[in-house]
Design a protein around this ligand. Structure first.
Ligand code: SF4
Length: 407
């Protein structure tokens, strides 16, 4: 998994996804040709994204200083459940293959969370849950519906109770890192097939959000890894802290650090190496691509995007405030494709297709994402080249079917 999770090109060439890719590339090629020749534009194909991030709620029961979605939390916007279900059903009929229940709030706080997971599985979608772990009982209920291609990942970012409480500030004063981790053996007992991960965002001294300094946690990487192993998580994933740029995008910006970047990277490296020694056949220690590029010092290479971001058509973010083009821009007006009705009926779907065409034309990723260390950088350039290739039929070779449809 570590080597393939961000291999988006390999994922898009899986037999189950390749035709969807082909339809997108063919449409963009035909559109480019029609525009050059002054002919009428071909119809936008009736496709949904392959994968969505679905923010079920903006409510959150933590008050983390480092939260990337701080501005949209607890904003009282809500999905209309019937519309949301219809939207997802229609998407599933048009190529949607996976749903990540995630951010902008804590998904398990959504009323009827486990029932919603059951509904998604009834549509044969792959489902992932990114949670703060504060409602272990709801994760346990939802886990019953998941299978070996689904996963749950808890954002914990600490090895000790003290640092956990300082970083996350749960509203429920009885919660701590121990009580959250105690749910993992129960979840695994209820459903051993579902993978459960411990997510650790690495924060260095001087990292901040809107002027608020965030707790450093480099020194607890190993402690957290031992903990994750002890409680029966399948893996820990280590990734660097992201900030919101003044323009709203999520960016990796180690320039605020109070130590020299080299010194920070050396400290992180040493801790990650020690953590990696704790990996076993049943327990993995993953470094995120962002962490690798931070260490290699080449993160700027991932900020050079093509003008058109093609991932906007293949992976979208559905939230109670609307449908957005990318997790890095969720909640920003310029990234809005459509309202929260998204794909719920013919009219909404038509509006969404128009919104998508507009954003593919008008959202200049080479400018808007110029500070984002974008994990989709390589796949975007690959798609761009295929579309620009003058040959009518560019080669889209089939890759192995890995049954991994998360983008
Ligand atoms: S280029 Fe990257 S960061 Fe920008 S919208 Fe596309 S996927 Fe998101």
């Amino acid at each position: 998994m570590s080597h393939t999770i961000h291999d988006f090109r390999g994922k898009l060439l899986q037999p189950a996804l390749r035709d969807h890719m082909r339809a997108y590339v063919d449409w963009r090629k035909a559109l480019g040709t029609a525009r050059k020749e002054g002919k009428p534009a071909p119809e936008t194909p009736d496709l949904a994204p392959i994968s969505i991030n679905l923010d079920l709620t903006t409510a959150c029961n933590y008050r983390c200083d480092h939260c990337i979605d701080w501005d949209i939390l607890n904003s009282r916007h809500k999905h209309v459940e019937a519309e949301l279900r219809r939207s997802v059903e229609r998407m599933a009929g048009r190529g949607l293959k996976s749903v990540i229940l995630i951010g902008g709030g804590e998904p398990t706080l959504y009323p009827g969370f486990a029932g919603f997971v059951e509904f998604l599985k009834g549509l044969r979608l792959q489902v992932a849950v990114v949670s703060n772990g504060g409602r272990g009982n709801r994760l346990l209920e939802a886990a019953e519906h998941l299978d070996e291609h689904d996963w749950i990942r808890l954002s914990l970012d600490s090895g000790s109770n003290d640092l956990f409480l300082a970083m996350h500030k749960p509203v429920d004063k009885k919660l701590d890192l121990d009580s959250i981790c105690e749910w993992i053996p129960k979840i695994k007992e209820r459903n051993p097939r579902v993978r459960v991960g411990f997510s650790y965002i690495i924060v260095w001294k001087g990292a901040e959000r809107s002027g608020v300094e965030i707790h450093e946690n480099i020194h607890e990487i190993v402690m957290a890894t031992e903990r994750a192993h002890r409680y029966g998580f399948d893996y820990i994933s280590l990734k660097p802290f992201l900030e919101r740029s003044p323009e709203g995008a999520e960016v990796m910006d180690p320039t605020h650090a109070q130590e020299e970047l080299d010194a920070i990277v050396r400290r992180i490296r040493a801790e990650v190496d020690r953590a990696k020694c704790l990996a076993t056949e049943k327990f993995d220690v993953y470094e995120s691509t962002n962490l690798r590029v931070l260490e290699e010092g080449n993160w700027k290479d991932y900020t050079n995007q093509p003008r058109t971001c093609h991932m906007q058509a293949l992976r979208q973010v559905l939230t109670p405030t609307g449908l957005y083009n990318c997790p890095a821009h969720r909640g920003e007006h310029k990234a809005l494709i459509a309202g929260p009705q998204a794909y719920c009926d013919d009219d909404a779907s038509r509006g969404t297709s128009e919104g998508l065409l507009k954003i593919l034309d008008g959202f200049d990723a080479s400018h808007e994402c110029r500070e984002v260390t974008c994990l989709y950088n390589g796949v975007n350039w690959w798609i761009e080249k295929m579309i620009e290739d003058p040959r009518e039929d560019v080669d889209l070779p089939l890759a192995d079917e890995r049954l991994d449809y998360f983008l």
